[in-house]
Design a protein around this ligand. Structure first.
Ligand SMILES: Cc1cc2nc3c(=O)[nH]c(=O)nc-3n(C[C@H](O)[C@H](O)[C@H](O)COP(=O)(O)OP(=O)(O)OC[C@H]3O[C@@H](n4cnc5c(N)ncnc54)[C@H](O)[C@@H]3O)c2cc1C
Length: 321
């Protein structure tokens, strides 16, 4: 491994200054240390430990908005009884992530900024499109874990469970960029990965996620995923849904899917279609058809279509149960 400096930042400004253009932030280190050891990212000049940054380890509970600091761990989300009550889907998404040991140290910011799990990207000696090569090896090869939708020639999907749930909750990531706070929807946060094969997300060097704000607007929420393994595994497909339910009718519903696109996959027309409707099997099925319209299954990932369809129907049914 190449030599690099290591520093612990004590303020957001010093973190950004230390990182400069060629440094990287380290939070829980679950993803980053593997990337460095396998030479999957350019060697940074400096690793900036951000775990001492003030104010980023808290969960602020407002009447209209909650703010979850970027250093809050996945286990803290899973274990917080108020989150379980107010955003049950967020509790469910956190509880599905990896293993207890990883959840204990993995942070919200690191989870959102984790890199692609595509096995060609993760292979040290394969210079795929995402690493600046000419070819997406998955496209005509083993693409069983890859996207049904993409805006470019890289078919690696977003795998952050929290991002999928935050999308359904219409949450906003607050990112410190050039000393200014920038607000990014989950769509904004991953948009660059939709159009640029080299990008994992829309963060630029030095960008620091400080917190995620969630509106207290939808009182029912749920998260479901199917994986090869029951635990300690990323999703093959995940589905998050949130809404208010009033007299059996859905109000302000949002559905988001993970692991099928470089961005959490959302279809505003389907959300609008569901708004104000009483859910039955036909309605859930019609919404699932709308959400999956235009999908382009590849040779080995066609199984994701019925899986996603079933997850959407199940998640919507759970909202009104
Ligand atoms: C076996 C296994 C199974 C897993 N299953 C799942 C799963 O099902 N769902 C899921 O979502 N995840 C899963 N994960 C991934 C795991 O959740 C992430 O690796 C972890 O959340 C990363 O958090 P971290 O704090 O350790 O990040 P780090 O490794 O410290 O950082 C990851 C990246 O984020 C950047 N970063 C960190 N904090 C910030 C910040 N505040 N602002 C800007 N950039 C930042 C770092 O520079 C780095 O590029 C799994 C991991 C393993 C090993």
């Amino acid at each position: 491994m190449n030599a690099f400096q290591y520093a612990t930042a004590q303020s957001n400004a010093s973190a950004r200054e230390l990182a400069g253009a060629k440094g990287m932030y380290v939070a829980g280190g679950n993803d980053l240390l593997g990337l460095l050891k396998d030479y999957l990212v350019p060697a940074p000049d400096i690793l900036v430990n951000i775990k001492a940054l003030p104010g980023m380890s808290q969960i602020q509970r407002g009447d209209k908005t909650w703010a979850i600091g970027a250093l809050v761990t996945v286990a803290e989300i899973e274990d917080d009884p108020d989150i379980r009550e107010t955003f049950p889907g967020l509790h469910e998404a956190a509880a599905e992530i990896a293993s207890q040991q990883i959840r204990n140290v993995a942070t919200v910011g690191g989870n959102l900024a984790q890199h692609s799990r595509c096995w060609y990207f993760r292979h040290r000696d394969t210079v795929c499109l995402k690493k600046g090569g000419d070819l997406c090896y998955a496209l005509n090869s083993d693409n069983r874990y890859h996207s049904l939708f993409t805006g470019n020639t890289c078919i690696s999907p977003v795998v952050s469970s929290l991002a999928t749930m935050f999308a359904a909750l219409d949450a906003t990531a607050i990112v410190l960029r050039d000393s200014q706070e920038t607000r990014m929807s989950m769509d904004d946060l991953y948009h660059a990965a939709w159009e640029n094969p080299l990008a994992h997300n829309s963060l630029k060097p030095g960008d620091l996620i400080t917190r995620v704000e969630i509106p207290v607007a939808r009182h029912r929420s749920t998260y479901m995923q199917v994986s090869d393994k029951h635990t300690f595994d990323w999703a093959l497909v995940s589905c998050a849904a949130a809404a208010d339910v009033d007299g059996g009718k859905l109000s302000s519903p949002r559905v988001a899917l993970g692991s099928i696109s470089p961005v959490p996959h959302q279809v505003e027309a389907a959300n609008a279609f569901l708004d104000g409707r009483t859910l039955d099997d036909a309605t859930a099925s019609a919404a699932a058809d709308m959400i999956l319209a235009g999908a382009k299954p590849l040779e080995h990932n066609g199984y994701k279509m019925p899986l996603a369809h079933a997850l959407i129907r199940r998640a919507l049914s759970k909202l009104v149960a």
